[in-house]
Design a protein around this ligand. Structure first.
Ligand SMILES: N[C@@H](CCC(=O)N[C@@H](CS)C(=O)NCC(=O)O)C(=O)O
Length: 199
């Protein structure tokens, strides 16, 4: 498996998941500042010309949520995704899609300072998105209850960027303790080290 990535990007969430899984993979740095994402070779892997992207034999998958879903399914022994037929799989898929469909929309709206009717925006509103996460994570340590899953890798990564990096949301105790729980995992520490080493 080959992960195309760049430091300080959405690649971190996939690095984290790969480190959780522990299977061998190769990292290929894409030099975003010098147009490394616009080469024909990389375009063939991800026509959006963005990282992260994963190549696994003949399979190519981009979009961080899709890569996380793909990897969690490919390595069921890692125990990061409820199996097909498990009732928790419904919520698991919901939170995986929530990242791209709701968190990203809410952040873009806030960043662009765009007014939109809540009924028309698929994410409702910025406040709604984070209040929903607040409600779920106030009731349980992880999105699916007591058990950490690949959905937590994705949503904790979103919260990390929103609160700690972009400072677009005021810190809340519920998110701080969730991030502490998720980010104290050795796999996150390894991914963060790779991210800061940049290699
Ligand atoms: N929806 C994509 C977003 C990927 C994305 O926007 N990647 C940024 C870095 S975080 C990128 O590659 N930017 C370089 C460019 O667009 O030229 C995902 O979740 O993977």
């Amino acid at each position: 498996m080959r992960l195309y990535w760049a430091p300080n990007t959405r690649s971190l969430r996939v690095l984290w998941l790969l480190e959780e899984i522990g299977a061998p993979y190769e990292r290929v740095l894409v030099d975003l500042k010098n147009g490394g994402q616009r080469t024909p070779a990389f375009h063939a892997v991800n026509p959006m010309e963005k990282v992260p992207a994963l190549q696994d034999g003949e399979a190519c998958v981009a979009e961080s949520g899709a890569i996380i879903a793909y990897l969690a399914e490919k390595f069921p022994d890692a125990g990061l995704a409820p199996a097909i037929g498990d009732a928790r799989r419904g919520r698991y898929l919901q939170w995986l899609f929530f990242s791209g469909a709701c968190v990203e929309g809410a952040l873009t709206q806030k960043f662009g300072n765009v007014e939109m009717p809540e009924g028309s925006a698929g994410w409702g509103s910025f406040d709604k998105v984070f209040n929903v996460l607040d409600e779920v994570l106030s009731a349980n340590p992880y999105l699916l209850g007591e058990k950490f899953s690949a959905a937590d890798v994705l949503i904790a990564s979103d919260l990390h960027f929103t609160i700690n990096i972009f400072k677009m949301l005021e810190p809340r105790p519920v998110f701080a303790s969730y991030l502490e729980r998720c980010q104290s995992r050795p796999a996150f520490a390894r991914a963060a080290q790779i991210n800061s080493d940049g290699i």
